[in-house]
Design a protein around this ligand. Structure first.
Ligand code: TMP
Ligand code: ASP
Length: 236
């Protein structure tokens, strides 16, 4: 199934495959934080992330949110449509945590009155700086209309995922999404949806069930991701 390696990132590899316009996205066992300064290899992480990501993309598809997802192809492999990625990350926050707390002096855990969307320029070398829609327009990364569509899709994702997670006692604190264009120019959701790119807190205890466990040395990452998968009834 797997052809030539086309791209390798910190958490995944993309391979050409038997169908033109489709790729195989392989989830690696690597865990990184702080733009790769902290790195570890955690056996089974790729398998967990592939299962969790596939599960979320299927639920989002059922809710009418278009993405690159085609199907789960193997234990660590997802078949996707090839996209031209837009280098603007959309972060949605329901509760203050992480960088917004540092930036604005907020207390971690403060609930936001409504979901906040923020834009970041995807560049490890520049540490993903926060941008405004004007930067995206000026530098030709996306039009204002594209950004509005991405924000609207990101908020629809929030409704679907927050509800699903709340049903199993998990609060969706924040998450990052990436978008790309299909061959016919439509903007769809790309990349992955895993506890690497979300903050997930146990609704009762506030226990962290996401990559902050690794970033902040709070315990086992694998145990936390297993907990998320188990509660959602995801088969591993
Ligand atoms: P932040 O608090 O560091 O801005 O991150 C907000 C959320 O988005 C958090 O769940 C982690 C995720 N995120 C990524 O996964 N990759 C990124 O490059 C950024 C900026 C955020
Ligand atoms: N995704 C980035 C990295 O892997 C930042 C982070 O998650 O802390 O380095």
């Amino acid at each position: 199934m797997r052809g030539k390696l086309k791209y390798e990132g910190k958490g995944k590899r993309l391979y050409a495959c038997d169908v033109a316009g489709e790729l195989i996205q392989e989830f690696k066992d690597d865990a990184t934080a702080f733009d790769g300064i902290k790195h570890d290899v955690i056996a089974g992480k790729g398998r967990l992330n592939c299962a969790i990501s596939s599960f979320f993309f299927e639920k989002l598809h059922a809710a009418g949110i278009a993405s690159h997802y085609v199907r789960k192809e193997g234990p660590v492999e997802m078949r996707i449509r090839e996209l031209t990625m837009i280098p603007v990350e959309v972060v949605v926050r329901n509760v203050a945590a992480g960088s917004i707390c540092k930036r604005l002096g907020l207390e971690e855990g403060m609930a936001l009155k409504w979901p906040l969307t923020e834009l970041f320029y995807k560049s490890d070398a520049l540490h993903d700086p926060m941008i405004a829609v004007e930067h995206a327009e000026l530098f030709g990364w996306a039009t204002r209309q594209d950004i509005e569509q991405m924000r609207a899709m990101a908020l629809k994702v929030n409704e679907v995922m927050s509800g699903m997670l709340a049903d199993v006692g998990i609060r969706l604190i924040d998450y990052k999404l990436e978008f790309g264009r299909t061959a016919d120019g439509a903007i769809v959701l790309g990349d992955e949806i895993t506890p690497d790119g979300c903050r997930l807190w146990d609704a009762e205890t506030g226990r962290k069930l996401d990559k902050d466990v690794f970033r902040r040395d709070l315990g086992g990452l694998s145990e936390a991701y297993h907990e998320v998968a188990n509660r959602l009834g995801i088969e591993l």
